[in-house]
Design a protein. Sequence first.
Length: 605
Amino acid sequence: MLNQPITPAAFLSALGPGDKPAGLPSIFQVGDRILEIGADLSRIPAGTPTQRIAVLGALTTDYLIRGVACAVLQEGVLPILYQAPFGSWVQEVLNPASGLFAFGPELVVIALHWRDMVAPVPIDASADAVDAVLAPKVSLLRAVWGQLVAKGVKIVQHILVPPPPHYRGMAERLAPASTANQIHRLNAMLLDAGRGLVTWVDMESLANGIGTRRFSSAKLYYAAKLDHDPKFLPDYLPLFRAAWRSVNARAKKVLVLDLDNTLWGGTIGDDGLQSITLGFGSPAGEAFQDWQYYIKGLGERGVILAVCSKNDPAIAETAFSHPLSVLCRSDFAAFECSWNDKAAGLRRIAGELNVSLDSLVFCDDNPAECELVRRELPEVAVVCAGTDPSAFIGLLDAGHWFDADGYTGEDLSRTAAYTARASALAEQAGATDIGGYLASLEMKGSLVRPADADIPRMAQLELKTNQFNLTTRRYSEVQLRSFLERDGVVVLAFRLADRFGDHGLTSTLVAIREGDALRIDSWLMSCRIFSRSAEQFILRGLIGLAAGMGTKRLLGEFCRSAKNAVVADLYPDLGFAEKDGGMFVRDIENTDAYLVSYITDIGNA
């Protein structure tokens, strides 16, 4: 093994599939081997996906860095690791000559402890007084984050875990200055201050689920300065992986579900509508109904729902007419019912929704079907639901597959937007004239300078958009707001609606003036509106703005990634001429044959 090439696959066999829990011994064994990689980077083959990750902590991080290593490995990326010296997290970040910056991290993980963050204030101090003594802690973290963001480093940080209750019971809960309440308040202040800068690992929820006294062992703190018991590292991995996916634009988007014995008990084709198990009347029926409520809630929160089932589609759909069914057929953006294998069905669903396979989470009660998908489509996360419907919610939750940093308006209307998209695609299938089809959609669009309320959604698109993403630079909320304050920078937000529904804010563009040219620095678009002539609409609006600024040329840049091949020819298709190094140029013109759009302008910038 010493002289063999180092790849993620070389370690994954010891950890098991990324959708199954890893055991503590294997985490330490594999973690030790990954830590050794830094001594011989020459053994990593060219093209292997890697990420340079530093772990900074207030206490001992020996066990934590191994967990981080294995979590990233399960996402198919080989981590190159740096562990900051004990307790030196502030110095490492604020000293430009530190070992941290010599290492050159792409991602920094910050793990702090409540003991370093509480303030010595009287127990009868007011909430305002507590805020005043906590404010310097927030300012310190702002300075740390600012240094890292300025160097293009991504940040993942642990939520602080309050200690178990002490002293005098309920009186502590009511006192703003109690240790637990200080930490609760500080967490809230940090979450607000870190908006758009930091992705969080919710350690408090993890500790609450396990039990704070078990999780945060006082004995281990005094003996080894550990902030929690390492035996819970297997529980930490899925939580950290969720944060890692979020900060690296790898978030899961689609929950694909089997039907029989997954959404209800029994087989709809054999048992008939009245005999399936669903709703009050039996423990299993109530559990299936609560599971449907949970799935419905995921859809309402922006998770795209789909079905992949071996079934007759007409018969399968009748189950949603059951009087106690919470879910409707219209809740599902894709409905793949056939007698073909489910790996093929998942490929069709990904194609229909225009998402990558690694955006899918597949849930089925049948272990054989789950194993087939794991083998044929290793990029798809698999949740084997088993036979106990009361456990389904916990099994899906345990993977933290759909954890998000926050909600936007577009998240909460995504199900309706994908339903509208499906309706439009169904109509397109029968169309023979693409121009006539696009005109029939009665599309209305607006291209505007974004309001402050638009920035979180724009940053979400920056982070999550992989296909229609010309440069993949991925700007944060803070960076987008700084662009809005700069002269010579154009920031645009595009919204689209059609006769089937409102698609919301679905495209963003940042362009920077360079002499007599306006260079498109970032251009993103949701996969929901590909090939709708939105590209032409947006470019026409940008040309109008460029002309008003007195520039004579547009410059476009294309930086190829693993997922953006769909826009490789975008600039030539829009009338740009290729220069060199992925750059394209176009003279300023108001309209021409390249910029025909079928979208009615209802308010350009």
